[in-house]
Design a protein around this ligand. Sequence first.
Ligand SMILES: Cc1cc2nc3c(=O)[nH]c(=O)nc-3n(C[C@H](O)[C@H](O)[C@H](O)COP(=O)(O)O)c2cc1C
Length: 166
Amino acid sequence: MCLIIVKSIHHKNTEKIAKVFARILDARIKVPKEVNPIELQQHTLIGFGSGIYSGKHHNSILELVDNLPEAENHEVFIFSTDGAPRLFLKYDSSFMNDQIKKNHEILKEKLISKGYSVVAEFNCGGWNTNKFLKLFGGINKGRPNADDLKKAEEFAISLHKKLIKN
Ligand SMILES: Cc1cc2nc3c(=O)[nH]c(=O)nc-3n(C[C@H](O)[C@H](O)[C@H](O)COP(=O)(O)O)c2cc1C
């Protein structure tokens, strides 16, 4: 019923989230290069996720979506982890929400322009040792943490309820 497509290259941060979704939604996880665009039609719900790299999802996710056939309101969800510091910013402050919206924008627009219906979005912090950050152990160390995984579980449970209802 559900397929999760994830590209998680930096610290497997997003893969941790994908595994929680897969457990709750009884879904298979694939990386973009394993996906045959035609097989997607056999799934009621598809999740697309990766870390955020230069303000957007990983190129392999964006390229996959470019190669998908047109859809008619096929339900999908988007997820990500990103390396912006949560230490001084409340997770759900408007700044973070705006930033997350921006980071998701390109993937979301591509999906919508193909006729997909984006029904939900999930994001949390991810350990980031990009460039000079590695010199002092990086930021968001330990993320996703237990609280993030719990939020991911709650998110997937609400999607699962929705799937059953339909
Ligand atoms: C090359 C590179 C570019 C990144 N660019 C951003 C960025 O633009 N914004 C951000 O918040 N985090 C950025 N990050 C941090 C990652 O989004 C973060 O560590 C994420 O959790 C990595 O997920 P992954 O382990 O699943 O690959 C970047 C990391 C790398 C390695």
